[in-house]
Design a protein around this ligand. Structure first.
Ligand SMILES: Nc1nc2c(ncn2[C@@H]2O[C@H](COP(=O)(O)OP(=O)(O)OP(=O)(O)O)[C@@H](O)[C@H]2O)c(=O)[nH]1
Ligand SMILES: C[C@H](OP(=O)(O)O)C(=O)O
Length: 251
């Protein structure tokens, strides 16, 4: 008799012969045991989100765009199949399918350092990916590439000195320091603990949406919730009149 097995691997479902499945399962089990589970955490503040876009969007629109970008990031994390747990560290009650809502009143640094501290005090020694909610171009492949790194700390820079993601293999030996030149600060924190660093080079991941000009990148390259939301609001990319590359127009 030919029996098929439903096999879920990195978020995709396969139908394979039972015997092959058993061999795969054992190999996959040994593989996962070799590195343990992984978790991801997305810090999020919906209230008056993206204030630097205030010249272009109303408060309600900024909050809706922030939610759309969060959904893009969540889908990439869930689609990657890399994480047993994905926490949403949020300042207000928000439900996103597949994510655990963790409420906090604290600011970004305090909230994340408390989160890392709790992991240590509960002896959760899993690698953790801290990823910002404002990088809507992120792909499933980007996430899998980060998670596949064998380095102690993967730092994903944002433009102008920011940090868009941090993959920390041993969270008890690291703390975060966002704002200002956080990219430099995170490299120093890792180096100070003798940790090996990989700087992750990616257009998608370095494109955080902070300023009005960044909106153009979503319209040029985005395919997800944020791109659809901006198009729904009537935004489109046009040739710049002054010889520059492109501009933004609202129809
Ligand atoms: N939990 C938590 N997350 C935050 C807080 N402030 C910002 N974030 C999140 O941290 C990430 C980067 O933040 P920013 O780029 O400064 O986003 P923002 O605060 O909405 O934007 P601006 O008002 O323009 O600074 C985003 O995922 C935010 O949602 C906070 O106080 N607490
Ligand atoms: C949180 C901060 O984000 P930005 O202000 O660059 O959006 C940072 O990356 O340190």
């Amino acid at each position: 008799m030919y029996v098929l097995m439903v096999y879920k691997y990195f978020g995709r479902i396969y139908l394979i012969p039972w015997r092959t499945g058993m061999v795969f399962s054992k190999a996959f089990y040994r593989y996962t045991q070799s590195f343990g589970g992984m978790r991801a955490v997305i810090p999020f503040k919906k209230g008056n989100a993206k204030s630097r876009l205030g010249k272009l969007l109303s408060e309600k629109e900024r909050e809706e765009l922030a939610m759309a970008m969060l959904n893009d990031v969540a889908e990439a994390l869930l689609g990657s199949g890399c994480f047993g747990v994905i926490d949403l560290l949020t300042t207000s009650i928000i439900e996103v399918k597949g994510l655990n809502t963790v409420l906090t009143e604290k600011g970004l640094n305090e909230a994340l350092n408390e989160y890392l501290g709790k992991m240590s005090s509960h002896s959760i020694n899993e690698p953790v990916l801290i990823i910002m909610a404002d990088i809507p171009l992120v792909s499933i492949k980007n996430i899998r590439d980060i998670a596949a790194s064998a380095t102690d700390v993967v730092i994903v820079p944002g433009r102008m000195g920011g940090t868009n993601a941090l993959f920390i293999r041993n969270p008890s030996s690291f703390h975060v320091d966002y704002y200002g030149a956080s990219f430099i600060k995170h490299k120093e924190i890792a180096a100070g603990s003798g940790l090996e660093i990989e700087v992750f080079d990616s257009f998608n991941l370095s494109t955080d949406i902070d300023e009005v000009a960044d909106i153009t990148e979503i319209l040029l390259h985005g395919k997800g919730h944020a791109a659809r939301y901006l198009k729904k609001l009537g935004f489109t990319v046009v040739e710049a009149e002054n010889g520059g590359r492109v501009g933004l127009k609202k129809i």
